[in-house]
Write a protein that binds this ligand. Structure first.
Ligand code: ZN
Ligand code: ZN
Length: 343
């Protein structure tokens, strides 16, 4: 099979192409493993973090990609949930131990042996991938393969972030950053909490207009003063500054949820800008979102089909993965990038 591999951590700039197309032989599936012929794979900011070393792969070479949609082509001898031909998705959670205190409580996202698809195990930037059937999901029929891909990460992790805000209907939600996850969170919030106001902090006018078109009551920059303080804010940006600024936009008792696997520059000067009185006093709190559970993915896919949420997507051929990654880093285009395998 053909696969795109990452051989080492490097800076992603327009001069280099970190992913290399190679021929790989696919192992036989064992016990509960399924083989998936990949139809498409979403491109996520986490891939930038992996390539540039903020959350590096646990071994090299690695096949990246954790928003995988495809069809089952082969089964291990003990598989019971799927058949050959089933359409399935794979998300960021590749596996967890199943035995620790977190796994037992359904908090497998916090398992010390958590494995991320495409970071700790081979992912979907390839013609085929293998995964345990417990970590594959049926994709609701309403979605095309390419539409489903971004739901598996940006959508499902956005859903987890929204739950962690503890928002109730009528309360004001702030979104700091308005990329693939932000626009999906806005759509699900409008459905789940119809009386809530949504305010959006985005870096450019294009994203701010996009947010207003989708129903945000206000959109501006993180340094602006919105008309309302927020009961909760979800920060999806990779930068440090938005943590401090977002805390200042919260009401008393408000909660900031940070949905970012790594923050790019926690430099000391910015850290010093955190004022206890301006940013934390009055029971404001900070919570990070770590990974994802199977339950999050399953529940969100059902919700997305019901609303329905169809993500804005931008298609790239599989062979142009490097270009898609460059564009994700340098260009600010709305919607989610999806690699489509050529048949
Ligand atoms: Zn992702
Ligand atoms: Zn565990």
């Amino acid at each position: 099979m053909r696969a795109l591999i990452l051989k080492k951590v490097c800076d992603l700039d327009y001069e280099n192409s970190p992913l290399e197309m190679v021929e790989y032989s696919l192992p036989e599936p064992e016990s509960n493993e399924i083989v998936i012929r990949v139809s498409c794979c979403g491109v996520c900011h986490t891939e930038l973090d992996e390539i540039e070393g903020r959350t590096p792969p646990s071994e090299f070479p690695m096949i990246l990609g954790h928003q995988v949609v495809g069809f089952v082509t082969d089964l291990g001898p003990s598989v019971s949930n799927f058949r050959v031909g089933s359409r399935v998705g794979v998300a960021w959670i590749f596996s967890s131990c199943g035995k620790c205190e977190y796994c037992i409580k359904g908090m497998e996202n916090l398992c010390p042996e958590f494995k991320g698809t495409g970071r700790d195990a081979r992912g979907g930037y390839a013609e085929y991938m293998i995964v345990h059937e417990k970590f594959a999901y049926v994709i609701p029929g309403i979605f095309s393969d390419a539409e489903a891909a971004p739901l598996l990460c940006a959508g499902a992790i956005g859903y987890r972030s929204l739950q962690l805000t503890n928002l109730t209907n009528g309360q004001t939600l702030g979104l700091s950053g308005f990329g693939a996850s932000g626009h999906l969170v806005l759509k699900m919030t409008r459905y789940l909490y119809g009386d809530s106001k949504i305010i959006v902090f985005a870096r450019n006018k294009h994203e701010q207009d996009f947010a207003k078109n989708l129903g945000a009551v206000w959109a501006g920059e993180i340094d602006d003063t919105p008309p309302y303080k927020a009961d909760a804010i979800i920060d999806t940006t990779p930068v440090w500054n938005t943590i401090v600024k977002s805390l200042g936009h919260l009401k008393a008792g408000g909660r900031l949820v940070i949905n970012a696997i790594r923050k790019e520059s926690a430099d000391k000067n910015k850290l010093l800008d955190l004022s206890y009185h301006d940013h934390l006093w009055m029971e404001r709190e900070i919570k990070s979102v770590a990974n994802i559970t199977r339950h999050d993915v399953e529940e969100f896919l059902q919700l997305a089909a019901k609303i329905p949420i169809k993500p804005e997507i931008e298609i790239y051929p599989f062979a142009q993965a490097n270009q898609a990654l460059h564009d994700l880093k340098h260009k600010h285009v709305q919607g989610a990038k999806v690699l489509v395998m050529d048949s």
